[in-house]
Design a protein. Structure first.
Ligand SMILES: NC(=O)c1ccc[n+]([C@@H]2O[C@H](COP(=O)([O-])OP(=O)(O)OC[C@H]3O[C@@H](n4cnc5c(N)ncnc54)[C@H](OP(=O)(O)O)[C@@H]3O)[C@@H](O)[C@H]2O)c1
Length: 385
């Protein structure tokens, strides 16, 4: 299929999906970059030298592509093990420094950058060491943190003024808790080294092309397959996620405009219920689909079906996880593609040559087709009693 035709079909489908989602039809977030550019490259009107710690897996390639498109000079720092799955042309224009955040930062010494994007922060000491080393060698240090810093999410309407959790509770240790505390302590290291030149971005679930966790692949792929879909959760449960391109393009926008501070970064722009989300997913496919809602949390818990991102059962420690305020980020220029665009682009990537058959064969989805039918059968048998 030629590109024009594919784009036409995509736009048509997107318009349907966008309508179902209650959004105006589609809209790449930063229109100016797609139509070829208006405005200055940066506040200073010059190309920036940007260092990305990481850069080759999920968020990284999107940062690289967009920064190059904007005319910036990009250096990445990795161990050289992961390879970018998209945007090879952009990577040809990138300087690649090899090292290890755990033990060898020597490639970063004696160099300087306008801004650093720390996109591989998985250890407090890694962040402390790189932030200290780059304190006088970079203008801005932008750390990609996570809304996980608020875990456990016990309140609703979490804003940036809600204090991050700095210690794991001795009774409630979990991987979510360790991850959140690690991110919160890492943020402190960035603030210590960079002061008001620090920028901390706290994304929620990041979805879109290149997400090998396939959290954002589940729903588009499930609806593409068609048939009877088990939809977990109450229809008015809220859901939040952010397209990786909305996030990474906005991060470049923050750097260009020298915007610092702490920002939650998830979406969409206004509250989205699971019911509207699911209607939107239905609108991206022409497959025959019917759905069976299971709103009974007890039953879902019994069958170990407590999340299907962006939905996560809003109880206990996850009570407020999908009610994160994004007002500050929107004020600082964060804009959103429609959820239909994200879903269609995710599907296009998932079924493209960028994924091997093996990778597609056994993705880490929340529930397999066989398990889904099994749960549906038990649910119906119970309902008919
Ligand atoms: N995915 C989400 O939904 C989500 C949500 C909130 C926040 N976040 C945060 O978003 C950030 C970006 O996520 P991501 O998935 O794009 O990146 P990531 O998986 O955290 O980082 C991968 C990159 O870091 C490099 N890397 C890994 N270990 C390294 C080491 N020891 N030394 C040097 N480089 C190393 C990898 O290349 P090599 O393997 O070649 O070294 C790769 O380029 C992360 O900090 C994550 O915590 C993610």
């Amino acid at each position: 299929m030629d590109t024009d035709r594919r784009n036409f079909l995509k736009k048509t489908a997107v318009a349907g999906g966008a309508l179902a989602l209650g959004f105006s039809a589609c809209s790449p977030a930063r229109e100016e970059t797609i139509t070829g550019g208006e405005g200055s490259l940066s506040q200073a009107g010059r190309s920036l030298k940007i260092l990305i710690l990481g850069g080759t897996t999920f968020t990284g390639p999107h940062h690289v592509r967009y920064a190059i498109e904007r005319g910036h000079e990009v250096t990445i720092f990795t161990r050289g093990r992961s390879q970018p799955g998209l945007f090879q042309d952009s990577f040809e224009q990138v300087e690649h420094l090899i090292g290890d955040r755990g033990e060898d930062l020597s490639a970063l010494r004696g160099r300087s950058w306008d801004a650093v994007i720390d996109a591989s922060g998985r250890d407090v000491e890694w962040t402390r060491n790189s932030a200290e080393l780059l304190r006088d060698a970079a203008g801005t240090y932008l750390y990609i943190s996570s809304t996980g810093v608020y875990y456990p999410y016990l309140t609703t309407e979490i804003t940036e003024d809600t204090g991050p959790v700095l210690e794991e509770s001795s009774t409630g240790r979990s991987s979510s808790s360790s991850y959140g505390v690690m991110k919160a302590l890492s943020e402190i290291e960035v603030h210590k080294a960079f002061g008001d030149r620090a920028c901390v971005v706290r994304p929620g679930y990041i979805v879109g092309p290149l997400d090998m966790t396939h959290r954002g692949t589940y729903w588009p792929e499930r609806f593409r397959r068609g048939g009877e879909v088990l939809v977990p959760g109450k229809k008015d449960d809220l859901v939040q996620q952010i397209d990786v391109r909305d996030l990474t393009e906005w991060i470049v926008h923050l750097l260009e405009n020298q915007i610092h501070g702490v920002f939650n970064a998830t979406g969409p722009a206004s509250p989205l219920t699971m019911e509207v989300f699911i209607d939107g997913m239905k609108a991206i496919t022409s497959a025959e689909v019917s759905y069976t809602w299971i709103e009974d949390y007890e039953f879902l818990t019994e069958h170990n079906f407590t999340f299907a991102i962006p939905w996560i059962m809003p109880v206990g420690n996850n009570f407020g996880s999908q009610r994160i305020s994004v007002a500050r980020a929107k004020d600082a220029g964060l804009t959103y593609r429609s959820i239909a665009v994200t879903a269609l682009d995710t599907l296009e990537w998932y079924h493209s040559g960028a994924m091997t058959d093996e990778q597609r064969g056994d993705p880490p989805m929340p529930v397999s087709p066989a398990r889904e039918s099994e749960i549906l059968s038990v649910w119906k048998a119970r309902a008919s009693l």
